[in-house]
Structures are given as C-alpha cells and as structure tokens.
Design a protein around this ligand. Structure first.
Ligand code: NAD
Ligand code: SER
Length: 319
C-alpha cells in the first residue's frame, strides 16, 4: 500500500492530483504539502502540512511521521515566473529537487518529478519532437528542467532510487488557475470566453504548442508510478502528448459553442520567446510502449468539457 507525500500540492496539478490519489489509495494515505497554508477552497479532507521543499530537516520529519514511501514532487516555479526571477527559480526548482532526492535516498522513497516541453530549446526539432532529442533550452525554467531530469536519472543509476517522470506539455484545467506559465493562455481563454465572450491573447495566433487536458495529466502521473519497472528503459523524462494547437485553432473550436466569441492579440515578448523556443508537438512512442500511455482528450472533447463545466459554474454564480 502506497503512503504518498505531495509537494506543491496547492498548485494547478497538485490540487487535482491530491484528490485523485486519495480516491485511489485512501484519504489518510496521501499527505498534501505546500509552501502556502491550505485554505477553505483548498484540497478538501486529508492531511495537509505546510512545507518548504528546500527544508530537508522538515521534509525528513514528515516522511518519517507519515511513513511515506512515494513522493510526488510538484513544487516549482513555472516558465514566465522563473524568467522574472531566475535566481529564485534555480533555488526552488533545483535545490528543492535535490533536497527531495536526498531525503528519498535516505528513506528509500520512490519519486515522481514532472519535467516539461520547456526542457527543449530552439535547436530541438519542432514537430513530433523525438523522445531522445538535443536539449539546449534558453530559459532558466528549461535549464532547471533538463538539470532535474539528469539529476533524477543520476539518483536512479547511482543509488538505485526509483525515480520516474514525464515531460508534460501545457496543461489545461478548471479547478486551480495555472501558476504563471507560457501556456496559461490556453486555460484563460475558456474562462474569458464564458465570462465575457472575448479574450486578449498574449501569444500570437499561429503559435503552436503541445497541450493536454488535466484528466490525462493525472492519469500519466499515476500510471507511470504504477508501471512495471522492468519495462522502463527511460525513467524521468517520458514525452507525453495529447494534442497540438495554436490560439486561432482553439478560438475556432470555442466558436462552435459560443459563435460570437472574439479573440485579439497583445503579444507579451517574454512569453512569446519562450513559446517560440519550445516544440510545436511531441512524439510519445516510448511512453506508449514502455508503460502503455494513451491520452483520452483531444481539442474537441476538452473544449466541450471545459465550456460545459464553466457555464454550469456561471449559472450557479460561482464563476
Ligand atoms: P503551480 O505553480 O500551479 O504550483 C506549484 C506549487 O508549488 C504552488 O502551490 C506553490 O505554492 C508551491 N511552491 C512553490 N515553491 C515552493 C517551495 N519552496 N516549497 C513547497 N512548495 C512550493 O505549478 P503546477 O502547474 O502545478 O506544476 C507542478 C509541476 O509540474 C512543476 O514542476 C511544473 O514545472 C510541472 N509542469 C507543469 C505544467 C503545467 O502546464 N501546469 C507543464 C509542464 C510541467
Ligand atoms: N505550462 C508550463 C509553462 O508554461 C510548461 O511547462 O511554464
């Protein structure tokens, strides 16, 4: 039976992954933690601990207190926030990961760490980017993601630690707002469409990026940790993908439900540069073969689900 600790549990992924893991393994078996305190609109029942993932002593204490055997390490700064404060991003993204890996080594925990499409750079092939591609990112976020992939691989090879992870594309969800990334537009667009019928996008209309709906992202995080280790040739950086689209494509799908929806563009040069340096789409053959990865949602299904969910909330007065 797994006993899980999640770092960064109040974020976009963690707030939903906590609920999903509790359904699967039991409420009291999944400890949520975050730098921020929990709130009434947080992640519901079950243990919560305030934790800075860079604090090794506190982390070790929690792992022992709850007899944790698996850590989902989600605490990090996302791409746009990291570019505003690269020194802090280095500290949280890499010293945080190092601290988690050291505690995991001492206590024999398995560790899930998400990498990102941001680990690729302008010299990587842009379409159907292969699993094993050159990674020369030109952002601090990307630097920390590549270094993190390597660090996790090192702990596996050197210490036999059970480290696993995926390279997530941009994630779209409707529970917790995204934490300051380049792909946030793809979430914001649905909220604005339902609330105002229009959206001003910070990326150019023809900017293609790889994307995924949150239910598939949660499935990936759970399935890879359940996978038979003997089948894993890769470990910490599986490409996973579900769809690739640009803002114009997304607007066209939204118009199927909200015909008068309007999109305009005021480009943010920092986030546009980040997007331009990332792949348009990933190839995820290794994940499919090594642990049976298969997404459910495409752009059409996701758009329908997002708009239905947000419309319902609007009618209930909670949007
Ligand atoms: P988020 O920004 O929504 O949440 C991160 C959480 O970490 C926040 O709740 C924050 O309070 C917490 N945190 C920050 N510093 C901390 C610290 N020192 N100690 C403990 N907690 C701290 O991020 P997310 O979208 O949930 O992303 C989680 C992971 O997934 C990150 O590694 C991110 O790079 C990766 N990822 C996310 C996406 C995406 O589109 N959301 C895509 C690819 C990869
Ligand atoms: N969604 C993330 C970001 O834009 C990608 O890792 O930062």
């Amino acid at each position: 039976m797994k006993r899980i600790l999640i770092t960064g549990a109040l974020g976009q992924i963690g707030s939903e992954l906590t609920v999903e893991l509790r359904k699967r393994y039991g409420t009291d078996k999944v400890v949520a933690s975050d730098l921020r305190p929990d709130s009434p609109t947080g992640i519901g029942d079950g243990p919560f601990e305030q934790l800075d993932c860079r604090d090794g002593k506190a982390l070790l204490g929690l792992v022992r207190k709850y007899r944790i055997d698996t850590i989902y390490h989600l605490a990090a700064l996302l791409s746009a926030v990291a570019e505003k404060n690269p020194q802090k991003a280095w500290d949280i993204n890499l010293n945080g990961l190092y601290t988690v890996l050291e505690v995991a080594r001492e206590e024999g925990c398995a560790v899930f760490t998400p990498s990102s499409i941001g680990s690729f750079g302008p010299t990587t092939v842009k379409n159907f980017t292969p699993q094993d591609s050159p990674q020369r990112p030109n952002s601090m976020y990307g630097v920390t993601k590549v270094a993190g992939e390597l660090l996790c691989d090192y702990y596996h090879h050197r210490f036999g630690l059970d480290t696993r992870g995926v390279r997530y594309p941009g994630l779209i969800s409707n529970q917790t707002p995204p934490g300051g990334g380049t792909t946030d537009y793809a979430v914001d667009i649905y909220y604005s469409a339902v609330k105002e019928g229009r959206y001003t996008c910070f990326l150019k209309g023809d900017t293609y990026l790889d994307m995924m709906y949150m239910p598939d992202a949660l499935k990936a995080a759970i399935d890879i940790m359940e996978a038979n280790p003997e089948r894993l040739r890769h470990r910490n950086a599986f490409n996973v993908t579900a769809m690739s689209f640009c803002p114009e494509d997304q607007a066209a799908y939204i118009r199927k439900y909200i015909p008068d929806f309007e999109i305009s563009y005021v480009v943010d040069p920092v986030r546009q540069a980040l997007a331009n340096s990332w792949p348009n789409s990933l190839e995820d053959y290794a994940a499919r073969v090594e642990w049976g990865w298969e997404p459910v949602f495409d752009l059409e299904m996701m758009t329908r689900d997002m708009l239905q969910t947000l419309e319902k909330r609007k009618k209930e007065g909670i949007l």
